[in-house]
Design a protein around this ligand. Structure first.
Ligand code: SF4
Length: 902
């Protein structure tokens, strides 16, 4: 049986005399059934007492194959021979982290903090792994090496490596693999498969096995090992995969115990062994080393994983004393001592250097907690892969289910293109996304990581291996939290003290004098460009809806480039980055380089995109010499971008970016300009509700918002808007911009629907003739939908259509996806219906807003009043609000909105 629940109490481990001699035990009290059942005691025997040592009340505990016994009328539980004990099973520990942890727990922490560096061994290792996968898929060695070296062109160029010598080195490594594969082992019966993504719902593990042969893990290492046995940490890594493969096998064959279904051997391939001169080295030079994986080793792996999960649960920092590693042999020793010294952390290696000031240490701790809290929220998203059933996933927009496989085709290079018939359902999945494709269940079925090439009637994805394409699931990614952490690390430990002074309020931002005019027909825009150019530290440009923010931003880029500055142009979304570049192009400037993926970058900007594949020297020179580099803030945290240096970073959509997210961009520059509007959408944070304690920073609050409140003198608000008729902008101006937002011209203020060709106001019903209207259909909300409102919205759209408004000039905004789907079912083609988030940054001649809620309001319908600001400011000439006036009037802000609209 399985016993699972939060821990209530943990007794000290003790030693007792049993019929088999002395044994250790620890008693742990848990509340099964997710904490709903009465507390029970479970006795952890033998080495599981090590897990009891790291347990604390509040942590979740899972005992697999727990023994159940009745003693004097009371049920008692204990671990048995086959039991496994898992701490915080929903916290997914990465297998490579377990590998670092067994070397030294502090090394795990340092790796997490600093991220992967741009270093030749890392890049070469990745290429060799790719070639290994290609060989398994039957590709020619030379062809694969050339292809994979070219793919790493940019990174190799930045490391000043030339393709030919790298290819030679890779070939040496890869020929060891090829030789081994050709020893008659590569047969059909071998059932090889290359890279396999594994997620364990039972043991809280995730990772990507290099290869699997006859169900056993094969791990590739690009170093050498002349001992007969594989390295301990390598064996631990392979054993983790064995455990996960066993879990998959147990699901497939409906076996109760995963450990017994796990493969009993693993193989490590040390590719450098084959390149070693036999005359110079002694020992075992064979590249492949097998080892056996017994149940005891699998339990050791789980206990080690538990140590990480427990440490992460209480967010403590490892010191290195937890393990036996010798610091004098550790290649991280210098980093370890420096980080310990600067953050005043206890470390087995000792400390060097001066500590950063108290306020920075406090900042580090608060943001570290916030980022790790967000990581747990990402892990909860993973858990939904198995906790929710297919229908719930689809309902939540996290999966496309019920697909009908159509076709599979092998591509050049051994990958596969899979096709399936779609069902017409929508989800969060977008073209270009990496998702989990499966034959029915993303974890328990056959599943592959896939890239989405096409959505719609026919769904097309590419994968490493073929499968019956029946379902796609959103694949949660930790890359965002990983990058926030490295940005925090870089900001506090790598930036010069003077640059941090303004961020920590130790001095005010400074500006040099200059009275150049940059824009002569809009005072605030001109002042914004001037402030940005004159800033010695930072400038803030506050741009409410329709105020020409992108135009101003592009003008700022040009002004800086004219002064010889190297500029990083960045924004939260690809769309905003490309819009800014489009504005630059419209102003006659196109000397910029766009960094991004082929699927992320807009078609119009592909010609400016840095192709990362090709000759290392040519590509890296292109990047190094570009005076304007444009990328999303997420890309700014990549290993490649972290190597770049700029004079100024201009960050658009800064109100939507978490503080560490903004740091990723501004770390790369000496000065920065934040452009945004903190009265529109805030940063998207999954663990928002858990970030209100004193010791945890609030990721939902942006750096832009913090700085504009602290330093209004370093900001300019663009106060003339070019989008909305006077009547439409009035409410937003009053509620969100202290009445300072005004139409830029008389024409903007007085615009009407009749300005559009072929539109007749008389053809509209009387209640829609004013530029702002309120419609109360007296509907009833059913959960997150309101069918009566959906009818009223469609009727409204049809009235506008009948009056001559084109369908693509009409937009509908609803607070919930369910209502979006309800309206979409009935809306005419060409009308955009979506949630407010997807409307930010765009506008329509006519906007219809559906509020859904009826009766009473539990809270702001759009979660946050700033969302209603976005919704109401998308309309140029006509805005129609559809909702329950009585319900809306129970809230003061919505009440004032109803009064204004009626
Ligand atoms: S220097 Fe010592 S404490 Fe630091 S990571 Fe290395 S072994 Fe661990």
């Amino acid at each position: 049986m399985q016993l699972r629940g939060p821990v209530v109490a943990v007794d000290e481990p003790r030693t007792v005399q049993t019929s088999n001699g002395q044994s250790d035990l620890a008693e742990v009290t848990v509340r099964p059934d997710d904490g709903r059942a009465d507390p029970v005691t479970v006795t952890l025997w033998g080495k599981w007492t090590e897990t009891a040592d790291v347990l604390a009340p509040g942590m979740e505990l899972l005992v697999i194959d727990a023994q159940e016994k009745e003693f004097k009328g009371e049920i008692q539980y204990s671990t048995g021979r086959d039991s496994m004990v898992v701490v915080e099973p929903d916290f997914l520990v990465d297998v490579t982290d377990i590998r670092s942890w067994v070397q030294c727990p502090r090394m795990y922490y340092l790796n997490k903090l600093a991220g992967l560096p741009l270093a030749y061994p890392v890049v070469k290792g990745t290429i060799v792994h790719e070639v290994f996968g290609d060989l398994l898929r039957g590709r020619d060695l030379d062809e694969s090496v050339d292809e994979r070296v070219a793919e790493a062109g940019l990174e190799l160029g930045l490391l000043d490596r030339d393709a030919a010598s790298v290819a030679e080195e890779v070939r040496q490594n890869a020929s060891a693999i090829e030789g081994w594969l050709n020893q008659g082992t590569l047969t059909e019966e071998d059932q090889w498969r290359s890279e396999q993504t594994l997620v364990s719902e039972t043991y809280g593990l995730k990772g990507r096995a290099d290869a699997v042969r006859r169900g056993s893990p094969v791990e590739l290492k690009t170093g050498k090992n002349t001992n007969r046995e594989p390295r301990f940490q390598d064996k631990v890594q392979a054993a983790c995969y064995a455990l996960m493969l066993g879990e998959g096998e147990a699901h497939a064959t409906e076996q109760a115990t995963h450990a017994s279904a796990a493969p009993d051997t693993g193989t490590l391939l040390y590719t450098k062994n084959a390149a070693v001169e036999r005359t110079e080295e002694t020992g075992d030079l064979s590249p492949a080393k097998d080892f056996s994986i017994g149940p005891g080793f699998l339990k050791y792996v789980v206990r080690t994983r538990n140590e990480i999960a427990a440490m992460e649960a209480d967010m403590s920092v490892p010191t290195g004393y937890e393990a036996d590693a010798k610091c004098e042999y550790c290649f991280e020793q210098d980093t370890c001592m420096a980080v310990s010294g600067r953050l005043e952390q206890e470390s087995k290696a000792g400390q060097v250097g001066r500590a950063i000031p108290d306020e920075e240490q406090d900042y580090f701790k608060r943001f570290y907690r916030a980022i790790e809290t967000e990581r747990r929220a990402v892990h909860r998203e993973y858990a939904k892969l198995w906790r929710q059933n297919a229908d719930e996933r689809a309902e939540d927009d996290r999966a496309l289910i019920g697909l009908e496989p159509l076709d599979e085709r092998e591509l050049d290079g051994g990958r596969w293109e899979l096709r399936a018939a779609g069902t017409g359902a929508v989800s969060k999945i977008r073209e270009g996304d990496v998702v989990l494709a499966s034959d029915g269940h993303p974890i328990r079925g056959k599943a592959e990581l896939a890239r989405v090439k096409q959505l719609g009637e026919e769904i097309v994805v590419t994968t490493d291996e073929p499968l019956d394409l029946r379902r796609l699931d959103v694949y949660p990614s930790e890359i965002g939290v990983d990058r926030m952490l490295t940005a925090l690390h870089d900001a506090l430990l790598k930036q010069p003290a003077e640059q941090k002074d303004v961020l920590f309020d130790r001095r005010d931002p400074e500006f040099r004098a200059d009275d150049t005019t940059y824009i002569d027909n809009n005072e605030a825009q001109n002042e914004a460009v001037s402030l940005a150019v004159r800033a010695e530290d930072f400038a803030l440009v506050h741009g409410p809806p329709g105020t020409g923010k992108t135009y101003t931003l592009a003008r700022t880029v040009r002004a800086l480039v004219e002064q010889g500055e190297r500029v990083l142009l960045t924004a939260f979304t690809n769309r905003a980055v490309d819009n800014a570049l489009e504005a630059l192009r419209e102003q006659g400037f196109d000397d910029f380089l766009r960094v991004g993926t082929e699927t992320g970058v807009h078609q119009d900007m592909q010609e400016f995109r840095l192709k990362e594949r090709g000759d290392p020297s040519a590509i890296s020179t292109e990047l190094r010499e570009a005076s304007v580099v444009a990328a999303t803030t997420a890309s700014c945290g990549s290993t490649v971008m972290r190597e770049q240096e700029f004079d100024v970073a201009i960050v658009d959509e800064a109100g939507q970016i978490t503080e560490p997210g903004a740091l990723a961009a501004i770390n790369l520059a000496e000065r920065f300009v934040l452009v945004g509007d903190h009265q529109q959408l805030p940063p998207v944070v999954q663990a928002e509700d858990e970030m209100d304690g004193d010791d945890t920073a609030d990721l939902g609050s942006s750096l832009f918002e913090r700085l504009i409140e602290a330093h209004p003198e370093a900001s300019v608000m663009l106060d003339r808007q070019y989008r909305m008729a006077q009547r439409i902008q009035a409410f937003a101006s009053r509620e969100f911009y202290d009445g300072q937002l005004r139409p830029a011209t008389g024409e903007v203020a007085a615009q009407r629907l009749t300005d559009l060709p072929g539109v007749s106001l008389d053809a509209l019903p009387a209640h829609l003739q004013d530029s702002v209207a309120f419609v109360d259909p007296d509907g009833r909300a059913r959960g997150n939908t309101n069918p009566d409102e959906a009818d009223a919205v469609v009727e409204t759209i049809e009235s506008f259509r009948a009056a001559g408004v084109e369908a693509d000039e009409i937009g509908v905004i609803a607070p919930y996806r369910a209502q979006v789907a309800e309206i979409n079912k009935r809306a005419p083609d060409g009308v955009t219906v979506d949630t407010v988030d997807r409307f930010q940054g765009s506008s329509k001649e006519v906007i219809v807003v559906s509020f859904v809620a009826t009766g009473s309001l539990d809270g702001p319908i759009f979660e946050d009043y700033r969302r209603i600001n976005v919704a109401l400011t998308r309309a140029k000439k006509s805005l129609v609000l559809v909702g329950d006036a009585d319900a809306l009037s129970t809230d003061s802000v919505y009440g004032r909105m109803v009064e204004w609209a009626r």
